[in-house]
Ligand binder design. Structure first.
Ligand SMILES: [Zn+2]
Length: 144
């Protein structure tokens, strides 16, 4: 099928899903380091190959591109006008794959957090989200 995006735009979009060590991921990793958390990356032995794995806490973080993973209600997740059906099916498939990975992780005793690329802008809020996620069990709160 003909590509609706020019080369530059295409590589921009693809880079947010295919490649490891994307800019948003690096920012999340920097924040974790600055808070003193150790982590491992891209553990292939876990469902969904989580981007960041906090083994000690049995928690994983996925850094998700809003478009590719269908961030609900997010302006960055808006489908292009052309080839809508094609994109919709593609993204729905990604969402299903993500949900399956979270379920599989949960059944293995792991808790997952999604950080959306649109959340990267506000570092203070991001820090808060990560902290809440990592402290969740210890303070017995699960309502985030
Ligand atoms: Zn978003």
């Amino acid at each position: 099928m003909t590509d609706i995006f020019d080369k530059k735009k295409r590589s921009e979009i693809m880079s947010s899903v295919k490649s490891k060590d994307t800019q948003p991921e690096l920012i999340v990793r920097r924040i974790l380091r600055s808070m003193g958390y150790g982590y491992r990356l891209h553990r292939k032995d876990l469902p969904g190959t989580p981007d960041i794995v906090l083994t000690k806490y049995k928690k994983v973080i996925f850094v998700h591109g809003c478009f590719w993973h269908g961030h609900e209600g997010c302006s960055r997740a808006k489908l292009p006008q052309t080839n809508r059906k094609f994109w919709q099916e593609k993204i729905e498939k990604n969402i299903l794959r993500d949900q399956k990975a979270f379920q599989d992780l949960r059944s293995l005793g792991w808790t997952s957090l999604i950080i959306w690329t649109c959340e990267i802008r506000d570092e203070e809020k991001l820090k808060e989200k990560i902290t809440n996620f990592l402290l969740e069990d210890r303070i017995g709160r699960n309502d985030y």
